[in-house]
Design a protein. Sequence first.
Length: 255
Amino acid sequence: MNIELKKQLSILELADLAAVIEAQEKDISLVGMNYNDRLELLLTGLITERQNRLIARLIKNAELKYPNASLESLDCDARGIDKEMIINLASMGFVSAATNLIITGATGAGKTYLSCILGVEACKHTLRTCYLRMPDMLSHFQNHKDNLREQIRYRKRLGNYKVLIIDEWLNYKINERESKFIYELIEHRCGNNPTIFVGQYSAEDWHDRLGGGTQADSIMDRIIHNSYTIPTTDNNLRKLYDTKKAKSVIDSLNR
């Protein structure tokens, strides 16, 4: 490709088009292809390139704990879950239905990794996704508890994500002001966008951990009635996998 043309494409923010053209120029099998087929292949390559860039940007912006999590690497037997169920969820039907997901299980059961798989799949469907830990969310709230404008801005930002993953959900009890903030967030998302709740406690234990009373009732009413629960194993997979890694290293040293 002409260097000046390549430079102009870059200025016009068409560097990806230049990359696709260069890739085609190096492919000898395309020499005898007619104009229409070549143009179609070029445009298909450009669409794929831009789609991949968009997905990569969405995954980066989602700030997933495990951005490389994948369905292929999911050990369903060890986690005690049905792989077909996870594949169905990965099609993102729960997003259009605004159905919340509740992933529960003991420490080290692989809950966070599973939620990140769904987060990556959401990004592949070009859905704006956000992963955050509940302690970090409440820390932001506490740091701006006297700044109503910032509270509203933060709540709206979280409320507008197509998929929101809240990890370590209710691992710690919360106070009344924090419960109010959560109520406003859930109210914003209810019926519009699903939330994935990831934590150690089952929904039966949430009411007390939300502070009890009518506000806890309201929060749970907006979450539970349109939700699907994914229980995981009681096995500590982190300990299991770390033990396997350690054994592998020891075996290699003893060879």
